[in-house]
Ligand binder design. Sequence first.
Ligand code: HEM
Length: 126
Amino acid sequence: MLLREATEPVNLSGHEFKKGSSFLISSYIIHRNPAFFKEPNQFDHTRFSEERAKEIQPFAYIPFGAGPRSCIGSQLATMEAQLIISTIGKKYHLEMVANHHPVEAEPLVSLRIKNGLYMKVHERKQ
Ligand code: HEM
């Protein structure tokens, strides 16, 4: 959730809000809105390829928030994720264990997988 507070009265989509009104914005819901993403529940990393990323409307993909209070660590976090995934993926192949409990989202401060995700680690042959 992102939180914003109106510093002055504002009209949003025909609704009047007083100064001091609070707004909770769910990036989770926005990222799954079929108005912005085709098959929004489908994992499809090609949405973010160089060509297709241009199709994404402004503010439709906001994992790090937006505007002057957006995340100052976004570039570090993105680089960290790329390094971690590529370092692990180069050496190991991860396979979800058989008979895994259903994979469920657990929204806390950040979004996690409820009761974890158990994987078998296979070393890749070089
Ligand atoms: C995957 C990792 C991360 C995610 C998904 C994330 C996400 C976010 C989001 C959604 C916000 C609120 C933005 C808004 O209200 O518009 C935020 C704020 C912030 N993040 Fe991150 N963040 C991540 C990593 C980091 C890292 C690595 C740092 C520091 C090195 C960091 C520092 C901050 C700070 C200081 C703010 C507050 C900025 C402000 O209020 O002006 N974050 N982050």
